[in-house]
Ligand binder design. Structure first.
Ligand SMILES: Nc1ncnc2c1ncn2[C@@H]1O[C@H](COP(=O)(O)OP(=O)(O)OP(=O)(O)O)[C@@H](O)[C@H]1O
Ligand SMILES: [Mg+2]
Length: 368
């Protein structure tokens, strides 16, 4: 009986054991399946993460590109507005310059005649007087009433003032015409140093010593420059504008110093030229004048910006120079200034104009 029981129990145990094994096997299979699922999912997740990271980088790049595009669009817009303003201003200025030019030339051209006529008439009166020293009372009274001696002196002074006034207007008209690009001079390869020297020669009278200040020293540090293709007349105008401003700045600074102080620290203009590389030349013109206050530095190239007294400055010098260097010659014009110490203007221009300037092409178009 016991044996039978035992064998039944044994069989049951074996059955249970088989069932357990099968369960274990199933569990094992499930575990394997799960593991493989997990690794597949992990792989997928990693892929998704890396794709996300990729797209994030791309998005960042894209947004950077968009920002850059927006930035350049803004710049372009400002440039276009500026161009539009300049061209409208140019046309207006050209119109005004043209309208003023004729009557002023008329006055200017006739001043010398009026001078001559006045001089002749006064001489004639004098001649009458020397031959008829005792004219009738009516003439004597009239002579006193008009105060002939005063008239003689004053007429000369008035004519002189008219002359200076019209000359000034002619200078302004000339600047305006240049600004509006009506006057185009020839485009050719020139010696830059010659242009600077000629300009200095014209300004010589302002460099000389006078009773208020000693001579202004000019230091020339000329490099070995090849000829530069440019509108020589216009480049000279830039030198003139910069040098005239430098002299004004020196005069302004010296107005605050005694003769002795100026002697101890002489006024100086330093001109330095050099070849930047095989394509560019650099011309730096420095003064040790009053300097430019930081607050107005952004305005220097604006048309009509001036800090000079009414009648002295038109505020066109630097605006014209900027236009000549950047637009007409594809160059750069910048300045560095320390108030109370001085200013340096730096011009950089290409040795050759790779693309022929717009103005030349424009002119040819017009001439067809
Ligand atoms: N070297 C300099 N030192 C100090 N200030 C300067 C210098 N160059 C230019 N400036 C400043 O820039 C302003 C503008 O110069 P710009 O030559 O355009 O006009 P302007 O000299 O006033 O008049 P103009 O049209 O008769 O030349 C000047 O009024 C002056 O304040
Ligand atoms: Mg000036």
């Amino acid at each position: 009986m016991d044996n039978q029981d035992n064998s039944i129990q044994f069989q049951e145990l074996e059955k249970a054991n088989r069932i357990l094994r099968k369960k274990l096997e199933r569990c094992e299979n499930e575990r394997r399946q799960l593991e493989s699922d997990i690794s597949t999912k992990e792989f997928l997740l990693k892929k998704v993460i890396s794709e996300l990271e990729d797209s994030q980088t791309k998005l960042q790049q894209r947004s950077q590109e968009l920002e850059d595009t927006l930035d350049s669009l803004h710049k372009m817009q400002t440039q276009m507005i500026q161009n539009e303003k300049m061209s409208a201003l140019g046309q207006m200025v050209a119109g005004i310059a043209h309208e003023i030019n004729n009557p002023v030339s008329f006055i200017y051209g006739n001043i010398s005649h009026i001078k001559q006529y006045t001089h002749d008439l006064l001489r004639l009166v004098e001649l009458y007087h020397s031959y008829f020293p005792n004219p009738p009372a009516e003439i004597q009274n009239e002579r006193q009433a008009i105060d002939l001696e005063f008239l003689e002196k004053d007429a000369t002074k008035i004519l002189h003032s008219i002359n200076i006034g019209t000359e000034r207007i002619r200078e302004i008209v000339l600047s305006l015409r240049n600004f509006s690009r009506l006057d185009e001079s020839e485009f050719k390869a020139v010696d830059i140093h010659e242009g600077i020297d000629n300009t200095l020669l014209i300004l010589q009278h302002r460099l000389k010593a006078n009773d208020k200040s000693p001579e202004i020293l000019v230091t020339k540090d000329y490099g070995n420059l090849p000829n530069v293709e440019c509108y020589a007349g216009q480049i000279n105008q830039v030198f003139m504008n910069i040098l005239a401003n430098a002299l004004d700045a020196i005069a302004q600074f010296n107005a605050k110093r005694t003769y002795r102080q100026i002697q101890d620290h002489p006024s100086r203009i330093t001109i330095h030229t050099s070849v930047v590389d095989s394509h560019w030349v650099k011309i730096a013109i420095a003064d040790n004048g009053i300097g430019i206050p930081e607050a107005i530095q952004k305005n220097i190239f604006n048309p009509f910006f001036t800090t000079k007294p009414i009648g002295k400055g038109t505020g066109m010098g630097m605006a014209i120079s900027y236009q000549i260097i950047t637009e007409k010659h594809g160059g750069k014009l910048e300045f560095f200034s320390t108030p109370e110490q001085g200013t340096e203007f730096v011009i950089q221009i290409p040795l050759q104009q790779l693309i022929r300037p717009r103005d030349v092409l424009g002119e040819e178009e017009n001439n067809k």
